[in-house]
Design a protein around this ligand. Structure first.
Ligand SMILES: C[S@@+](CC[C@H](N)C(=O)[O-])C[C@H]1O[C@@H](n2cnc3c(N)ncnc32)[C@H](O)[C@@H]1O
Length: 218
């Protein structure tokens, strides 16, 4: 599991930039403020950074511009190719949120945008424990992704999208593993992180989780 949605990017790899720039009306609200969302994630990162799901390299470019040492992990070949072309000096790995192999070095931050929902909640919980082992005390996970304040908010959003005939985005919400903020909060805490959340648009939440010292000492 975990890679079951990557075929969706066979076609989307070619038109992804038009989606993130608001030209696909169904996804306009999902990508509202896209550039600022990526900037916020890049700016909060430090040092050596693992980025999951680089896609076309938009966040990767911002990380490189901010002087980060980036290890990009992307399962889709076409996406990996595009990131590689745009960011030739980073280390780019064929891997995913759950399965990846990197050289043994200190990781300061783990980042991703619009990716974490590809895992079920059980899978999310498992990988957060793995990421905790990669980070030192004070190390951060910084994600931005679609999530909802509650299941009711999610259902209301699906209803709203169906009412305006945006069935592609409504189907997407029902197909993939978009979770709630209370569930994410529990997952991060159980993996040994202090976490803060900020809602950035109708869909996307920023989450910044800091590994606490207590976990290290356990
Ligand atoms: C919606 S795009 C986001 C791309 C980029 N991060 C951005 O913000 O524009 C999702 C990306 O995650 C990748 N992906 C899909 N499943 C994944 C998984 N299990 N682990 C890591 N990346 C995955 C896809 O191939 C795609 O490149």
């Amino acid at each position: 599991m975990g890679r079951e949605f990557i075929h969706l990017f066979d076609d989307w790899a070619k038109s992804y930039e038009s989606s993130v720039t608001g030209q696909d009306k169904e996804y306009r609200d999902v990508f509202e403020g896209y550039e600022n969302i990526l900037e916020k994630v890049a700016n909060a990162s430090t040092g050596t950074v693992i980025e999951f799901g680089t896609g076309t390299g938009n966040l990767t470019l911002k990380l490189v511009a901010a002087g980060r040492d980036v290890i990009g992990i992307e399962p889709h070949e076409s996406m990996r190719e595009i990131t590689g072309r745009r960011c030739p000096n980073i280390q780019l790995v064929d891997g995913d949120l759950q399965n990846f192999s990197i050289e043994d070095k200190v990781i300061d931050s783990i980042v991703s945008t619009y990716v974490f929902h590809h895992l079920t909640d059980e899978e999310k919980q498992e990988v957060l424990k793995t990421y905790a082992k990669l980070l030192q005390a004070g190390g951060k996970i910084i994600f931005a992704d679609t999530a909802f304040a509650s299941e009711e908010h999610k259902l209301a959003q699906v209803k709203k999208e169906r009412a305006r005939d945006f069935h592609a985005v409504a189907d997407d919400l029902e197909r993939e593993y978009y979770t709630t903020i209370p569930k994410l909060q529990t997952m991060f805490q159980e993996a040994g992180f202090d976490v803060i959340f900020n809602q950035l648009n109708d869909y996307v939440w920023y989450m910044e989780a800091t590994k606490t010292r207590e976990t290290i000492n356990k």
